[in-house]
Every structure is written in C-alpha cells, then in structure tokens.
Design a protein around this ligand. Structure first.
Ligand code: HDD
Length: 697
C-alpha cells in the first residue's frame, strides 16, 4: 500500500520542481510578493487543505481555508433594485463657459476648470447578468467630485419619465420586472404586466413613444444622449434662482441599432456596450459628451404650454435653446469593477452650493429613495467612505461616527457640536449650502395639479418629429411588444391610447395586431394639442453624424483576398478615427493574393455582421458562397440597411444571398483605392435607410 506521507512529500516536490503550478510559487518567492490571509499571515500552500493524513478528513483548524471560503461565500451584495446592470468609467468634466452669474456651482466657476467625474451607464429592467441590448431605457449617472462636495446627476437617456409622482414607482417597477410567480421575462417590457400597468397609466404615453423608438436600442453608451429629466435650480451667490434642465450630447452623435440587430447582438455579444466602452478607452479614443443646459426663469415657466415641474414633459429646444457649457471626457477604465462600478452610490439629493431642487414630485420622492437603497445594498451608513463615493475635491469633516465598517478613527474626546472645547468642525453660514428661499404655502392634499393633465400632446409631438423610417420602427416595436401580451384587452387599451396620439399610427397598430374593430379611446383629461411643431432634436436619424469616428467596419476576407484593397479600406477608416476588424473563416489568418498570411481579428462564426457598423466583402479565390455564416453575414448587413462595400470577388456570395448587387446609395463597388475612400465617406451616414422601404414592400 502506498505511504500517504510519501505521496504528500512527492506532490510538494512536484510543485516546486516542475511546471504544474510550480513556476507561480517560485516566482512569488522570487519577486517578494506573498500570498497571505486577511490577517497578513503568509500562506504556505494554497492548493491543499489541511487534512488528517492525505486521504483523511479536513481539519477545522485550517484557518486559511476557512477564511478563504468564508470570504468567498459573502462576495455578493444585493443588486440594485433597478439599473442592476451597469458599466462605469472615470473621466473629467471641463467647463467651457463660466456660469458664475447664474450659479455658485463649483464646476462652472471658470472656463477651463476641470472636475473629476465617475459615470455609470445602465439598463433599468434586467438583472446584473442580462444582455446589453435589451430594449430598455438607459441610465446615465454622473458623479462630479467637485471642490465643494459631490454632486450627482442621476439621469437617463430619455428626457421624460413614465410617471409623475414617486409614489407610483414601486408599481411601475413591479409591473416591468419579471412576474412574481414565474420569474420571467428577464430584461424586457414585452409582457402583459408591463403593458397592463402602462395602458392604465395615461401619463406614461409620452415616455412610451420614446421607449418604443430606437432610443432604447442604442448602438453604444457613447452614442446616447443623457438627461437630468427634472427641472432643477441654479442658484447664484446672491440667492437668485434660475431653472435648469441638463442635457448630455454625445460627440459621436446619436446612433442606434435596429431591432433585429439588437436581438442577434444579444446572442453574439451580450456585453457589447460594456466592451465597446472598455475598448474605446483602451485604444485612447476617449468618449466625449457636451453638457448643455436649458436655463429659464419663472416668467418662461408661467408662459410655457406645460408645467416645467412635470417630469413627463420636455421643453423643446426650439422653445428654450440648449447652451453648451462644458465637456465630459471618459478616459480611465475602472481598476476593479466591483469596488467602483458596483459600489458607486448615486443619489439625486447629492447637490452642492449653487444647485437646488424643484418641486417636481418625482424628484422629491427620488431624494428619499436613493439614500435609503444604498443602506440596504451597501450594508451600512459608511458607504460614503468607499473611494469611489468619497469626495475627492474637498475635505470631509463631521461628527458622524461608528456604524458598520467604520474606517475613520477620529481622534480626541469631542464628537458633538456645539462644544466648549474649541475644537472640531463648525457650520459656516457663508460657505455652506443654503437652500433657495422659496416661499411655500398650501393645504396638505394628495392632489395632482391640473397643469399635469395633458398626457398626449407631447407624445404626438415626439412621434411627428421622427423620420418615416423612425416612425416605422416605433410602430414595429409597439406591435412586437403588444403581440407578446396574451390578454387582448391590454392590446386594445393601448391602441385606444394611440388614437389620441396619431390616428394613423393607431390604425396601423390595430391592423398589424389583428384588431378588427378599432377600440374606443379612453377618456382624455385634456384634448391632444395638434399644433405643436415637430422638433428636429427628437430624431436620431436626422441629421446623421458627419464622420465614421469611433465606429467599426467589419471586413470579411478569405484566402486569395485583395490585400491592396484591405489596406486602402484600413487607411480610409483610420483617417476617420474608425476601427477595422478583419473577419475570416479561420482565426489563424487568411492568405493574401501575394501569398502572405494575413492576421485576422475574428472568426466568421463568432463575428456576425450585427457587431459592425458597416461591412466590406472581400472574398478571394476561396469562395464564401456556400458558407452559411458568410451568407448570414451579408444578408443581415443588407437587411439592417448597412452600407456594404464589395469587390468583384463577392459576386457569387451576393447571388447566394439572393441580393441584387448593383451599386446604389448603400451598395458600393470596391475596385480601387478611390472607391474604398468613397465607400468609407458614405459610411458616415448611419445607414442606407432608403433600402428599408424596399425591404418592407
Ligand atoms: Fe432611479 C437607480 C435614474 C426615478 C429609485 N435611477 C437609478 C439609476 C439611474 C436612475 C440612472 C442607476 C444609478 C446607478 O448607476 O447606480 N430614476 C432615474 C431617473 C428617474 C428615476 C432618470 C426619473 C426621472 N428612481 C426613480 C424613482 C425612484 C427611483 C421615482 C423611487 C421613488 N433609482 C431608484 C433607486 C435606485 C435607482 C431604487 C436603485 C439603485 C440605486 O437607486 O442606487 O433608489
């Protein structure tokens, strides 16, 4: 029988002498880095628990193993009740227009002033592991580490919200999230409970139009707008208040994918958005947004057609311009996802001198919810001490003490104020935060103001501001979502609401849902104003971006491909600040026409065209016409209205897809370097939307 002591000794010898993990141990010894317990005791063996004899039972006294497993068992914290899936990065906000006359807020004190920021983007409905391209509103939260304290704009990529009063939020979220009995569907609104609630909530109709638009399937975080949603106040040194709404405008322009692409992307790369942000920062192509503000006074508010305190309404840019006052640049990925992105705690109540709240009832409720939720999620009141949450631009000094995970060890006997010891921090009436002196009167009532009662006019305004293609996408999204509702009454109620927004949209939706008799519209508290003008800022498609910067051209090649054309495409794309990825049947490379093996970035089976903004098809002597993945690659790119460049060698693949390869505004012949450049210039436009009408016909 084998001697167990001997076996252990042999195994130890193996570890230190051979490569089976041995190098790691040896290396750690050499470079001085030691593996330790949380108590700092150096661990001698991280592969074997302490046992009574080699085949014998494990001993309770193995404190190193117990501590390791204990810590592992407690790695999870509750995910956010909404916005669980998110991705963050660090950056800088630079003021481009000083606003000292309107606000004391530190980031706007002088032109060129820089303030550190942390930004977290998110989806609302899905759990932490849900796919990035669910149809969903996106969170856009910015924490400014100012020299007068932390200020958070906790916004979305849509400027309005579903409900007008925070008391309705738990119901909205319950209806949206998986049903409590079956625990699905995950990360989507296409189900009975959501539309049941919405169809009984007329105030949601404006938001629903945005939600059904391509805004909820953005190409990436870097191509989304962000909005503070509510009206806030700027307050200057004299205590004068100016109303303000915050807008983030992406430098890459607004860009979204189409629905079929989103569905397929979720399978091909469920991490598409976070990967895109990580890659952009990694290659030094730092995403940027301009911060815009709509500033207005009480007179403007009184004369505006809607209540500026109603979070289901926008102020069109034509009525109140968006002034650009600064730039946000994200240039540093997190070091540790959990420590930073997961533990960051945003709160609408985190304001600084110069920023104040309005009486928007949704905002007032949010001011309670965020602090409350952090307590549950982060386990105690000391989460503000975590590096990602702690102010960086100013000192923190107060008498808050103790509590779970306290890391501050304030010295001395004084932990109260006022105190007669003459030590410790004191309030400062001049430098401190002073709330805007707003006169308040009124009876205590549970009442929605009448000025919040128009639920359809801006929904209509949004709809008529869209291009025909975008309107088609809204209709298709409504039909998709409502078709997932099993209860006919829900579909009918929704179509009834649509009648108040646009009669043709309602009729088309009814037809495509197979509703034979037009449902009666629900009574409207106020008739729809049909004279609101379209606002071009509400459309994604017009105008399209003027460069291919930050976007990806997928070039499909096979053995014998034209290397000169690939180089021409690369230089044209790189001149625009874009990225080329090279896709081939084998990840080991593809033979160029000059018999050199060219490296590729992706294998065709794992890189469908949904992952690229535009595609070029450069097959060589190796035909791709019989390759199903290549057929899907081209067919999808075509169906998603992408710009397609193709060499003569692509003719048989084009035919295999049943497509007409004749050049048009979206199909480009690649035959010389000049044609490569012209193709990339055409790719600046988002898509060749004209193809869509033909595809639908
Ligand atoms: Fe909220 C998270 C945005 C209404 C309660 N919300 C959360 C996040 C964003 C928003 C971006 C994620 C923050 C992060 O990245 O950590 N929420 C909004 C917007 C709203 C809104 C733009 C309407 C204009 N939210 C809203 C209401 C309530 C909440 C009315 C409650 C009454 N929201 C929360 C929360 C969350 C949250 C439960 C979950 C996780 C967290 O706060 O930190 O407190």
């Amino acid at each position: 029988m084998a001697d167990p002591t001997k076996q252990t000794a042999d195994f130890d010898a193996l570890i230190s002498e051979t490569g089976a993990g041995g190098e790691v141990h040896q290396q750690a010894r050499d470079d001085g880095e030691r593996l330790t317990t949380a108590q700092g005791v150096v661990i001698a063996d991280n592969q074997n628990s302490l046992r009574a004899g080699a085949p014998g039972p494990t001993l309770m006294e193995d404190f190193a193993m117990r501590e390791k497993i204990f810590h592992f068992d407690h790695e999870r914290i509750p995910e956010r009740v909404v916005h669980a899936r998110g991705y963050g990065a660090h950056g800088t906000f630079t003021c481009t227009r000083a606003l000292g006359d309107v606000t004391r807020a530190a980031p706007f004190a002088s032109e060129g002033k820089e303030t550190e920021v942390f930004v977290r983007f998110s989806t609302v409905a899905g759990s932490k592991g849900s796919p990035d391209l669910a149809r969903d509103v996106r969170g856009f939260s910015v924490k400014f580490y100012t020299d007068e304290g932390n200020w958070d704009i906790v916004g979305n990529n849509i400027p309005v919200f579903f409900i007008q009063d925070a008391i309705k939020f738990p119901d909205l979220v319950h209806a949206l999230k998986p049903a409590p009995d079956r625990g699905f569907p995950q990360a989507q609104s296409a189900h009975d409970n959501f539309w049941d609630f919405i169809s009984l909530t007329p105030e949601a109709m404006h938001m629903v139009m945005w939600q059904m638009s391509d805004r909820t399937i953005p190409r990436s975080f870097t191509t989304m707008e962000g909005f503070g949603v509510h009206t806030f106040r700027f307050v200057n040194a004299e205590g004068k208040s100016t109303f303000v709404k915050f807008h983030w405008k992406p430098r890459m322009g607004l860009q979204s994918v189409v629905w079929d692409e989103a569905v397929k992307s979720n399978g091909a790369d469920p991490d598409r958005h976070r990967r895109d942000l990580w890659d952009a920062i990694d290659r030094g192509d730092f995403p940027q947004w301009d911060l815009g503000v709509q500033m207005f006074d009480q007179d403007f508010a009184d004369g505006f057609a809607f209540d500026v305190l109603d979070p289901t309404k926008i102020i069109p840019e034509e009525d109140c311009p968006v002034d650009l006052i600064g730039t946000l640049r994200l240039d540093r990925a997190v070091d540790n996802f959990f420590a930073e992105t997961e533990q960051v705690a945003f709160c609408t109540a985190n304001v600084i001198p110069g920023i104040d709240f309005s009486d928007d009832p949704l905002l007032q409720g949010r001011n309670f919810s965020y602090l409350d939720t952090q307590l549950k999620r982060l386990g105690g009141p000391n989460f503000t001490k975590l590096p990602v949450n702690a102010p960086k631009g100013c000192p923190v000094s107060n008498y808050q003490q103790d509590g779970h995970m306290q890391s501050d060890a304030r010295k001395g006997r004084v932990n109260y104020e006022p105190n007669g010891w003459g030590i410790g921090p004191r309030a400062h009436p001049l430098e401190g935060y002073v709330s805007y002196r707003q006169p308040v009167t009124g009876e205590k009532v549970r009442l929605r103001p009448e000025s919040f009662a128009d639920h359809y006019s801006q929904a209509r305004q949004f709809y008529i501001s869209q291009t025909a293609s975008e309107q088609g996408h809204i209709l298709a999204a409504l039909v998709f979502e409502l078709s997932k509702c099993e209860e006919p009454a829900i579909r009918e109620r929704m179509v009834g609401h649509l009648t108040h927004i646009d009669a043709l949209l309602a009729q088309d939706a009814a037809d495509r849902l197979g509703i034979l008799e037009m449902p009666k519209p629900p009574p409207a508290a106020m008739p729809t104003q049909t004279d609101l003008k379209p606002s071009s800022a509400l459309s994604i498609q017009s105008p399209p971006p003027d460069s291919f910067k930050g976007r990806i051209l997928g070039v499909l090649i096979s053995d014998g491909f034209d290397g000169g054309m690939l180089m021409a495409l690369k230089s044209a794309v790189e001149a625009e600040g874009g990225v080329v990825r090279i896709i081939a049947p084998r990840i080991g490379g593809a033979m160029c026409s000059n018999d050199n093996l060219h490296p590729v970035t992706d294998q065709l089976g794992g890189a469908p065209s949904v992952l690229f903004d535009a595609v070029a098809i450069l097959p060589g002597t190796e035909s791709l016409a019989k390759c199903p993945a290549a057929v899907d690659f081209l067919r999808d790119a075509h169906a998603h209205c992408k710009h397609i460049g193709a060499t003569h060698g692509a003719t048989d693949l084009i035919a295999a897809c049943g497509l007409d390869g004749s050049p048009d505004g979206g199909m480009h012949a690649l035959n010389d370097p000049a044609s490569a450049k012209a193709f990339v210039t055409a790719c600046r436009g988002l898509r060749f939307w004209e193809r869509e009408a033909a595809l639908m016909a």
